[in-house]
Design a protein around this ligand. Sequence first.
Ligand code: ACM
Length: 270
Amino acid sequence: MKVGFLQFQPILGDVEENIDKISRIIRTTDSFDLIVIPELANSGYIFADRKELENISEEIPSGFFVNKLIELAKEKDGYIVSGICEKKGDLFFNSSVLLGPEGYVSKYRKIHLFDREKLFFEPGDGPFKVYDVRGMKVGLLICWDWIFPEATRSLAIQGMDVLAHSVNLVLSFCQNAMSTRSIENQIYAITSNRIGKETNQEFKLHFKGNSQVTSPDGKRLVQASTDKEESHIVSIDLEKSRNKWLSDRNHIFKDRRPNMYKLLIEEEEF
Ligand code: ACM
């Protein structure tokens, strides 16, 4: 299977320019079974006011951005996961969509919102689900979901081979942590980050790329630059993500002791 990422700099509020950029890059990308595009790829990231989301978000799957991505999925004969600013009635979600040559497949709404996202978006309510993409089991998460190992685990115990992780990283921990997520679940993880500086009123962020694919042994199969628009596709071996034995006597899922983890599913007050 051939999987990878597209790293680019979305322009805040310019959906047409963003899909044009994505189209230009994807058309020069090697053929793929699955490509992952960053979080909020239609809209950009920094909102100063909730009203700004009205014109740059869209309903899924009827919206402009999703339909342009479906055209690209058909043209490339591959599947696309992309972050998207979703509108549903009066509410907004930080979502990602899974699309293929046959059209719209599904969406995921970010469950763990980061910082000022909480001012604009509703948190998603799952469920965590894996999808069959040409025999490969794919799960979707968005950015800050990475810091909750329970999120990746919830997908991995359903047989996920590949995590499609659309991100707009503002801290520097994620890329290293995804090696651990890959090892502890024996999965491939595709982390697709954006680049560039974004400013809106007094708010400023610098996104530093380094999109990557990690393998079940925790190695990076490829990593992008900190500041260039680029795409990379690598070959992966599903036998590796399906072998959960790490020694003759250690199977990472059979050895789990859920009875010992009961505190994890209680709603504690912190
Ligand atoms: C993030 O969740 N975009 C940091």
